[in-house]
Design a protein around this ligand. Structure first.
Ligand code: M6R
Length: 614
């Protein structure tokens, strides 16, 4: 999704802004642009379709001298990716420049009104409407740009994180946010603005997160002033971030995605640190224990999420129902928020989101809160909107995930859901303590078992060569491994652009079996668990139709090994922890196929890391 960077201080702004845009590339984008106010007060905009490197090339011969500027990477919503639709946008007189992340929903009506007043539009974007509106209000009411911005934002419906600069005013950037993320970095006599902390962290770890409908007036040599759209003064706490620069770099791996796959033993240990204590036979999840009564009284849990996080939610459903005996429903946030759901005050909502900024999940949370439900967030990005808008929750603690395809965040979401299930089961006394301890000890061994699977990377890479040119894939699993099949298919689609579908293995005979022939690779998760015999029958059905089976099997397996065309082994574990292991080879398989196809693995086409529009 769109990325915003801004700088005001004593240094040259251009290199800081360009570096910042590169740091935000992981979010996904299709054009980039920059606005600078030079020492004479001229407001220059340079923008182009394509990569940040294209923008740099474009700026080669331009006037880039400035100590103030704003920059943007655009992920197209209104209007195709082209030079005109790229941000920043000028106002009619070219006195103002604006960058925007979000969507102005009532832009068409506002545009029509502005056109009737003689305003001209150079782009198809909703953003250009906003900057024209600000200028119109400024001229009409003879007010300063901040007041005009407040009045304009009072008229718009939608989501925004914006930054505005004014020609002839090289000492001020004004920013505002509603439902789209915005962070302010506080340096020594310099300030940074960004969609997330990644462009800021190499300069300062002190940040302020703006709340919805807040505006910050960022002036040279002054502490930022924060007011609401309604002009109420606010004070916001300065937060110290623990993020480190090395976490934002590839550390010798060719792609962030591969680095993040290989980080999983370590990230899961981090996720369990201070929570799972096998020496004391204890599990502590303060987000649950602080609200123990709510969890003890909960009649139902509803899990809300999108994409990969929704797959984690499905596994969470299996875990919580089996271990805690509480009924669980899992919903796509985007469906839940619009389908008039029945929500009871004693429901517990678990919202899962890596980024903590997914617009649909945020809106679904607001709906549930209005109905009185208790909302628990499972998020990765510290300080993001979901943790700030939920009653309680747990961070996954995996560090920044920069590959657009989620890997380490997914396994950590599973780990948190497992710890939640164990913690609730203990408090509810629905599982014998001895069984809880058995599970706890096994969970603690999972990182070592993942390390073992990662050792098979070379052979999975070789296997990927055989299937690089397949046009379709089917992924099958049962029980806990059914959501893993969905996730395996999603990973392959996202980064290789090969069509792939995941199904519960038994559903295959109800339709998808028609697709099976000798050209159809079928990835089957066939580990030795409660569903083993059933899955073997499903494999037989595929082989009877000449399908090519790649099976994920237990090390001790003999039967599937004798039927499948290719196998990848995983160590044995409890059924409910299998997804933590069976996911890993599927991540590697997708990665290598995508690399073979020369895809942009970390920034797949059309995708955004943080989906801040609905
Ligand atoms: O940040 P979130 O977990 O809320 O994001 C949800 C989805 O957009 C995300 O999982 C998406 O499906 C990923 N690209 C998956 O790899």
């Amino acid at each position: 999704m769109c990325g915003i960077v801004g700088y005001i201080g004593n240094q040259e702004a251009y290199p800081i802004l360009i570096k910042g845009l590169h740091r935000l590339e992981y979010r996904g984008y299709d054009s980039a642009g920059i606005a600078l106010i030079n020492p004479s007060g001229d407001l220059n905009i340079y923008k182009t379709k394509g990569r940040v490197s294209d923008l740099e090339e474009f700026c080669d011969s331009k006037d880039i001298s400035a100590t103030i500027g704003i920059a943007h990477t655009r992920w197209a919503t209104h209007g195709e990716p082209n030079n005109a639709n790229a941000h920043p946008h000028y106002s009619e007189t070219e006195n103002l420049a604006l960058i925007h992340n979000g969507i102005i929903e009532n832009y068409a009506v506002l545009k029509e009104q502005l056109m009737q007043k003689g305003y001209h539009f150079l782009s198809n974007t909703d953003t250009e409407v906003l900057i024209q509106l600000i200028e119109y209000i400024q001229t009409l009411n003879h007010v300063d740009v901040c007041t005009a911005l407040q009045l304009a934002l009072g008229q718009v419906i939608g989501a925004y994180a914006i930054a505005v600069m004014e020609k002839g005013n090289p000492d001020q950037i004004i920013v505002a946010r509603k439902s789209s993320p915005l962070v302010l970095g506080i340096g020594e006599n310099e300030f940074f603005i960004a969609s997330d902390a990644s462009p800021i962290i190499e300069y300062t770890n002190k940040v302020i997160y703006l709340e919805d409908e807040e505006i910050a007036i960022v002036k040279r040599h002054e502490q930022p002033r924060i007011v609401t759209i309604g002009n109420v003064e606010k004070t916001r706490e300065i937060i110290q971030l623990e993020l480190s620069l090395s976490q934002l770099e590839k550390g010798g791996f060719p792609h962030f995605m591969l680095k993040e796959i290989f980080e999983q033993p370590h990230t899961l240990r981090d996720c369990m640190r201070g929570r799972v204590d096998v020496t004391c036979n204890n599990i502590v999840l303060s987000g649950i224990l602080d609200h123990r009564e709510r969890f003890l009284q909960a009649k139902r849990i509803i899990i809300l999420a999108c994409g990969t996080s929704w797959h984690a939610g499905l596994i969470g459903e299996y875990l919580i129902e089996e271990i805690c005996r509480i009924p669980v429903e899992v919903e796509y946030s985007s469906e839940f928020r619009y389908r008039h759901p029945v929500i009871y005050p004693d429901d517990i909502i678990i919202a899962i989101s890596q980024s903590g900024e997914t617009a649909d999940t945020l809106a679904a949370i607001e709906l549930a809160k209005k109905e009185g439900a208790f909302v628990y967030g499972i998020c990765n990005v510290v300080g993001s909107s979901i943790p700030r808008n939920t009653h309680s929750g747990s961070y996954t603690h995996v560090g920044p995930e920069l590959g657009v395809a989620s890997t380490k965040a997914f396994t950590a979401q599973l780990c948190v859901l497992t710890m939640m299930a164990l913690c609730i089961a203990r408090e509810k006394k629905v599982l014998p303590q001895s069984r809880i301890l058995e599970l706890l000890h096994e969970l603690n061994l999972i990182p070592d078992k993942i390390e073992q699977i990662l050792n098979a990377n070379d052979s999975i890479q070789k296997l990927s060569n055989i299937f690089t040119y397949a046009h379709n894939f089917i992924y099958l699993g049962r029980g806990y491994n059914y959501p893993v099949a969905l996730e395996g298919a999603l990973k392959l689609k996202e980064i290789s652009y090969i069509h792939a579908e995941g199904y519960p293995a038994a559903e295959m005979k109800h339709g998808p079996i028609a697709l099976i022939d000798n050209e159809m690779p079928v990835v089957v998760i066939a580990t030795d668990n409660d569903m083993y015999e059933k899955v073997i029958s499903n494999i037989q059905e595929i082989k009877a139709r000449n399908g090519r089976v790649i099976a994920i099997v237990s090390e001790t397996d003999t039967v599937v090994k004798s039927i499948a065309d290719y196998v990848i082994e995983v160590p044995a574990t409890e059924d409910c922890f299998e997804p933590l292991l069976t996911t890993i080879p599927l991540q590697l398989l997708s990665y290598h196929i995508a690399v073979n196809k020369r895809r942009d693995v970390d920034m797949p086409r059309n995708l955004a890391k943080s989906v801040t529009v609905e």
